[in-house]
Design a protein around this ligand. Structure first.
Ligand code: KE4
Length: 428
């Protein structure tokens, strides 16, 4: 593959955009080389500016679960755009998608739309603090809830990729209210509650972590968090920005059969346009302005284009009763195929998977938390990433990310991916 045009565009971008990107993980800094620039995408494929066709395993980091440029979604956006792109005035569309979300997601009565997962998680924490009248929150090392100050404490995703777990600009005043526990380690959570029995407003967690690679909650872990919250009067916030409408229509709450007090969403809920959301039972959501005193707002919240993209996407997911089964099956076939090949190579590896969330870690140690995720051999990962890219497969450019399977991926694409993996293993 040649990437001349991408490299030239990257040089130009760096002159006017910090690091040449609008989100750090896109810059390839943890895998080296220049990022590719995309011309267009359709179904399971990306076409970069040099004309290379690539099978896409990030699906825009989750939103494009139906595949790129899904006709029904594009048509709905196009029709809506002709009516105007933003009003800052209520529309029936917002009620329609809110009604669908309340129908699909367990244990919620109301939902507020925002413009990103960060905004959803940030607002959910403010709501939990307002509702409980407490100040501290517990998060988990390696979990990523967006770039709001309170979360940039041992965050995952791009933050850890940069080895900058605590970002400059986050004040001690903020950091002191974010207490850190370890994923899959209930004792680390209990210890914090014992030290601060009446100060914790909420636990926020990715119910299936996707920002340390994929990490599956161990038996009893989430249930243990739920009972600690009940015991100490804190709220349990499930950050379902990644898992929502991906693990099941009702997200991780449905898939894992466990209820949170507040759930946050992003990615799929916007169908590729900027949408985040947070939702809870009535008694919690009524604390939110203008009904209650907890303030939260947004010029483009409930934007009609974003709403129709999300509504069309969620409706298609709801209508296609076999979709999640198909997604799981495709991910299983990819997982098993890669496992067979890397076992034959005798290379240390761990595969973590739940539903259509999958990650490969180059380590012999089971990956159950941030510490074990960090043991992965990054030299192997870099070689793997570029080896697959050169063979026409676009993977997340960081070992601390999950793969996002989309419904447009065919068996032929999976076979192509396995052939590329086999070819890379033989060359490495
Ligand atoms: P956004 O603000 O990026 O829409 O959402 C933040 C967020 C919140 N919670 C979870 C569980 C998330 O995974 C994310 C964002 N995910 C990353 C990928 N791991 C976005 C990619 C990026 O930062 O460019």
């Amino acid at each position: 593959m040649q990437y001349q045009r991408s490299s030239a565009l990257f040089q130009a971008a760096k002159k006017v955009i910090p690091g040449g990107v609008n989100s750090p993980v896109r810059a390839f800094q943890s895998v080296g080389g220049d990022p590719i620039f995309i011309e267009k995408a359709k179904g399971a494929y990306l076409i970069d500016v040099d004309g290379n066709q690539l099978i896409d395993y990030i699906s825009s980091w989750g939103p494009m679960i139906l595949g790129h440029a899904k006709e029904a979604v594009i048509d709905a956006i196009t029709t809506q755009a002709k009516k105007g792109t933003s009003y800052g005035i209520p529309t029936a569309l917002e009620t329609e998608i809110a009604t669908l979300v309340v129908d699909l997601v367990p244990n919620i009565d109301k939902v507020r739309f925002v413009n990103s997962g960060t905004e959803a998680c940030m607002s959910a924490v403010r709501l939990a603090r307002g509702y409980t009248k407490r100040e501290k929150i517990i998060k988990f090392a390696g979990c990523y809830h967006g770039h709001s100050d309170a979360f940039l404490i041992q965050a995952g995703s791009g933050a850890v990729t940069f080895g900058a777990p605590n970002s400059p600009g986050v004040t001690q005043g903020t950091a002191k209210d974010t207490l850190l526990a370890n994923y899959n380690d209930l004792e680390s959570v209990e210890a914090i509650f014992k030290d601060h029995p009446e100060a914790i407003a909420a636990i926020i967690i990715e119910p299936v972590a996707g920002n340390m690679g994929c990490i599956v909650p161990q038996e009893g872990f989430l249930e243990g968090l739920q009972s600690l919250c009940d015991q100490y009067g804190a709220l349990l916030i499930f950050d379902e920005v990644m898992t929502g409408f991906r693990l099941a229509l009702g997200g991780a709450q449905e898939r894992l059969g466990i209820n949170a007090d507040i759930a946050t969403f992003g990615k799929v809920i916007g169908g590729g346009l900027p949408v985040g959301a947070f939702a809870a039972r009535k008694e919690i959501m009524q604390e939110l302005a203008p009904e209650g005193p907890v303030y939260q707002a947004g010029t483009l919240s409930g934007n009609p284009l974003a709403m129709i993209a999300g509504l069309t996407t969620l409706s298609l997911l709801q209508e296609d009763k076999d979709l999640f089964h198909r997604l799981d099956g495709k991910t299983e076939r990819l997982h098993q195929g890669m496992k067979t090949l890397i076992e034959a190579k005798g290379m240390p590896h761990q595969f973590n998977r739940l539903g259509s969330m999958l990650s490969l870690h180059f380590t012999e140690t089971p990956v159950v938390d941030f510490k074990t995720a960090a043991l992965g051999n990054n030299d192997h990962f870099k070689a793997y990433f570029h080896g697959m890219l050169d063979r026409g497969v676009y993977l997340p450019p960081s070992a601390f990310e999950s793969y996002f399977i989309n419904d447009a991926l065919s068996q032929k694409d999976i076979d192509f991916t396995l052939d590329a993996f086999d070819s890379w293993l033989k060359s490495y």
